[in-house]
Design a protein around this ligand. Structure first.
Ligand code: HEC
Length: 145
């Protein structure tokens, strides 16, 4: 009985390690998907395709801040490969720069959140926040062919 329990525990632990590795990739992709989802409405508002909605804009900025806090912790050395990831090796070569890019993203979102009060201030401040997306992806993400 005890043997069986130990054996089961060993198997469970082994499985957790494998799972955790794929899991952290899935987690960070989910966080980024939520960022992508949150950007749809404000993106439409910038283009004039969606009616301006301050609450939705502020919600997106809150999602960005939350993501910027979570993301840096989701890149352990064990998650360079394995699972479907577009994270570039550069992340691990330059972890300090990568983390700084998330700090800037968060700071820009905080600043925009304070300054955006209406459609005009949204149009003046939101694009600067969105520059972080392409800027980081350009450096720290591999393009899928
Ligand atoms: C400081 C870096 C950084 C910033 C800023 C950033 N991203 Fe990302 N993003 C990443 C990385 C790294 C990945 C790849 C994650 C992986 O595949 O493991 C990613 C992946 C994604 C994905 C793909 C998710 C999937 O399905 O796998 C989307 C969509 C995305 N980002 C949207 C955005 C948007 C929109 C913004 C700006 C509002 C943004 N990101 C800002 C680093 C960043």
């Amino acid at each position: 009985m005890i043997r069986a329990i130990i054996a089961a525990a060993v198997i469970a632990t082994g499985a957790t390690v494998v799972f955790a590795q794929g899991d952290v990739i899935a987690q960070r992709r989910d966080v980024m998907k939520s960022v992508g989802g949150a950007t749809k409405d404000p993106g439409g508002m910038l283009k004039g395709e969606t009616a301006f909605d301050l609450a939705k804009v502020q919600k997106a900025l809150a999602t960005y801040q939350d993501a910027a806090k979570k993301m840096p912790g989701l890149f352990p050395d064990t998650s360079k490969t394995g699972g479907e990831t577009t994270a570039a090796p550069k992340i691990w070569d330059d972890m300090a720069g990568f983390k700084a890019a998330f700090q800037k993203f968060e700071a820009d979102a905080v600043k925009a959140s304070a300054e955006i009060k209406d459609e005009a201030s949204f149009k003046a401040n939101f694009p600067a926040v969105l520059k972080n997306c392409g800027g980081c992806h350009e450096t720290y993400r591999v393009k899928k062919s």
